[in-house]
Design a protein around this ligand. Structure first.
Ligand code: F6P
Length: 746
């Protein structure tokens, strides 16, 4: 509407001015034309009756003159006729002759025309001299009613105004349509130019109208990459301070929120006492130091038996207990919700779907309903906790595939960073999921979607490509679905450096002694450790078989080597997990029975949760750490082992199917399905010379210390900051487009 007014109003004003100034001109022109016309008519009338009237005047035939006048004045416009004597007396006149009108003066020549206003209307008075044989006989006066001319002149003025108004409207309409089309084309060209390549390619396709603007905007967008390029180029020593400064400088005032199923601190009631537990979760290990550094709110399921008794009226708790730095908001789930959402859809559906461990995924509609409902419940909690319209929301893991879209719908300006902590399968495998489209479009509510490896990103993009209508830009690794764009990138997760749990550790040889003492392992015996949750993806039974293979192929290790495996029971309500534990226990018992002797057993299995400090003591006591996951997104145990070894000793045997094997290449990389090779790798690790162990450990420590958890979070936050700035620019283009189109539409 505004655009139409902008064009129509000035045009109407100009045309109105023309009409106002031009109408009287047209009126007088019309009047002049018609008057000349009437004068000619008068002349014609005179010419046609001149002879008759002259004859009748000479014959003094007054009655005949009256009859002639009567006959002639039957013409509608001819008002009256009159006859004047030479001295100006009106001797004869037709009936309609106005009483007020006397004889007009004699014309200077043979005729004269004047206009007189009689009875409120204009009348043309035409006076003609009558003569015979050079004798002046008097004058004939012909009166014509001129009111019709006034009427025609008024109509002409009206037509002119109407015509100009129509012309104005037509011209404005055409201008609005052309302007709107031009503007649309222009905005499209700018957008295409920006999408076409910030690297300067595609310039030939740029329209010359928009080229300077596009170049300028590209320059601004390129500058936005600078902080990231800089951060990666100078290899910052990433720590809590650098993360805080990224937040302060690049995302000023941003409110940070973490959303996960597992909470970082669990309060359980044990023997009537409230006990604090830190869960065996890679996710918690990674995210907790970030929240300690940045502050904010962590929303998670309150799963501990004493959790409710520890929170305030808003279900809040300040943590860590020893030095509160952020708020933990506990969210309560009913047994039904937990069964459907956590055990059902997340752990019997998504977990086996994403991990190639040959456990069949189970998808139930009732589980899906709970999954949707619980995702919505967390979305409500985020909205309730958010103090700003644009928080940075860090959504964690496969429990919340639908959450990003739900939050995006209600907080459109939020920066949503979703991290998928487990692998992403290829499209064939993913197609098994009955709700694949919902999962994909839910995740694409994120601003950034992170995976551990490039391989998982590619699998995700391929899945989107296969099952969702979207635009995928593989070069920039973005997906545009609907109105939002998601950056899909690998961000290999890591751990805190230096780890908090290391601070309280005694020297490595003391750890060696205490662990051996605690578990009855003779000094001098080589020790391998394994630390995990009892999960079928971890390949625990496979590593026990590898120990059997080692002892069979290298009997010199019998009595001189022990594998200490600690495994925290997990998700035990599910049959697949109970079976995993039974299978591992059976495998350990079989190897122990076959090779154990004189009180020595090759495998010690401790099915119990261990706090981080105890785990670090085990790592520091070990000669070898064995990570034999059948499939693992990253596996932070491998990185924790490396971080625990500030003595630069110890060998890591690592599955090629764990994401960590991409970064920790100095580990002895194994295929956990190949039992004999895994046994050989164990042998190699146990026999490795000290210098080689040190070299390998140094390189791995360098990698983890540089690519620590602050680096992981920092890169995502820098990318998020860049996206926010980019979106601000896009917003202004959008706003421009919207207001231009709105103006055109209304
Ligand atoms: O790997 C995904 C993950 O969420 C990790 O964070 C963690 O190791 C594990 O799963 C935790 O499982 P849960 O919270 O179900 O015990």
């Amino acid at each position: 509407m505004r655009m139409a007014i902008r064009f129509v109003l000035p045009l109407l004003l100009v045309l109105g001015g023309i009409a106002w100034g031009g109408a009287p001109l047209v009126g007088s022109l019309v009047e002049r034309w018609f008057r000349t016309d009437v004068e000619m008519r008068s002349q014609l009338v005179f010419n046609s009756i001149q002879e008759s009237v002259t004859g009748l005047v000479l014959a003094k035939a007054d009655r005949k003159i009256d009859a002639l006048f009567k006959h002639i004045t039957q013409d509608e416009r001819l008002l009256a006729l009159g006859l004047c004597t030479p001295d100006g007396h009106l001797t004869q006149r037709s009936t309609a002759w106005p009483k007020a009108l006397a004889c007009p003066p004699a014309p200077a020549l043979d005729h004269a025309f004047t206009v007189q206003h009689i009875d409120g209307g204009p009348v043309l008075v035409a006076t003609f001299a009558l003569a015979a044989d050079n004798t002046y006989l008097g004058r004939l006066v012909i009166l014509h009613d001129l009111r019709f001319i006034e009427r025609r002149s008024d109509s002409a003025e009206l037509y002119l105004a109407g015509f100009l108004a129509l012309l104005g409207l037509g011209a404005a309409g055409v201008t609005v349509v052309v302007a709107r089309l031009t503007l649309r084309g222009w905005i499209k060209a700018v957008r295409k130019g920006l999408a076409g390549g910030s690297d300067g390619r595609d310039d030939s396709a740029l329209s010359p109208d928009v080229e300077p603007l596009v170049r300028e905007m590209r320059k601004i967008l390129r500058n936005l990459d600078a902080p990231r390029v800089l951060a990666e180029a100078i290899r910052l020593d990433w720590g809590p301070d650098s993360l805080r400064s990224v937040l302060r400088d690049e995302l000023p005032g941003a409110e940070v929120m973490v959303i996960s199923n597992r909470e970082p601190y669990i309060h359980n009631l044990e023997d009537g006492k409230v006990m604090l537990q830190r869960p065996a979760s890679g996710l918690v290990t990674a995210l907790e130091p970030i929240m300690r550094a940045c502050g904010g709110t962590w929303i998670a399921h309150g799963s501990g038996s004493a959790d409710q008794s520890m929170v305030d009226e808003n279900d809040h708790l300040q943590v860590p207990p020893e030095a509160p730095a952020y708020t933990l908001r506990r969210l309560w789930l009913s047994d039904e919700e937990q069964d459907g959402y956590y055990y059902g859809f997340a752990n019997e559906g998504m977990w086996p779907l994403c991990h190639i461990a040959f456990v069949r995924p189970t998808f139930r509609a009732s589980d899906w309903e709970q999954y949707v409902a619980v995702n919505r419940k967390f979305a409500d909690a985020i909205i309730a906790e958010a103090r700003t319209p644009n928080p940075v929301v860090l959504v964690q893991d496969y429990h919340f595939a639908l959450l990003p879209k739900m939050v995006r719908e209600r907080l459109p300006e939020a920066t949503i960073i979703t991290f998928w902590h487990i692998p992403w399968p290829n499209p064939e495998v993913f197609s098994i999921c009955p709700w694949k489209e919902e999962i994909l479009s839910g995740l694409l509510g994120s601003s950034i979607l992170g995976f551990h490896t490039q391989f998982h990103c590619i699998n995700f993009l391929d899945s989107v490509d296969r099952f969702l209508e979207s635009h995928i830009d593989r070069e920039h690794s973005t997906v545009r679905a609907g109105n939002s764009t998601t950056l899909v990138r690998p961000y290999p997760i890591s751990i805190e450096w230096p780890p908090t749990a290391l601070a309280s550790q005694p020297p490595a040889d003391e750890c060696c002694e205490s662990v051996r003492r605690k578990y009855g392992i003779p000094i001098g015996t080589k020790l391998a450790v394994g630390v995990e949750r009892f999960d079928y993806t971890k390949g625990i039974a496979d590593r026990f078989h590898a120990v059997g293979s080692l002892l069979e192929a290298h009997p010199e290790w019998i009595g001189r080597f022990t594998l200490l495996q600690v495994a925290a029971p997990t998700r035990s309500r599910l049959a697949a997990y109970r079976e995993t534990q039974v299978e591992a226990e059976t495998a350990a018992a079989a190897v122990n029975e076959r090779f154990g002797r004189n009180g020595w057993v090759p495998i010690i299995l401790v099915p119990k949760h261990h706090e981080p400090e105890d785990v670090f003591t085990l790592f520091r006591a070990a000669d070898v750490c064995l990570v034999s996951s059948l499939h693992d997104g990253m596996n932070l145990v491998a990185k924790e082992f490396v971080a625990s070894r500030d003595d630069e000793d110890g060998v890591l045997v690592l599955s090629t199917f764990a994401g960590a094997s991409r970064e920790l290449q100095e580990a002895l990389i194994v295929n956990p399905y190949d039992i004999r090779s895994m046994g050989e790798a164990l042998h190699m690790g146990l026999s490795m010379p000290a210098e080689q162990r040190r070299e390998r450990m140094r390189l791995m420590r360098e990698m983890v210390s540089e690519h620590n958890i602050y680096f992981w979070a920092g890169r995502m936050l820098l990318d998020a900051a860049r996206m926010r700035k980019r979106r601000n620019i896009e917003y202004s283009i959008e706003a421009m487009t919207r207001s231009a189109i709105k103006a055109g539409d209304s």
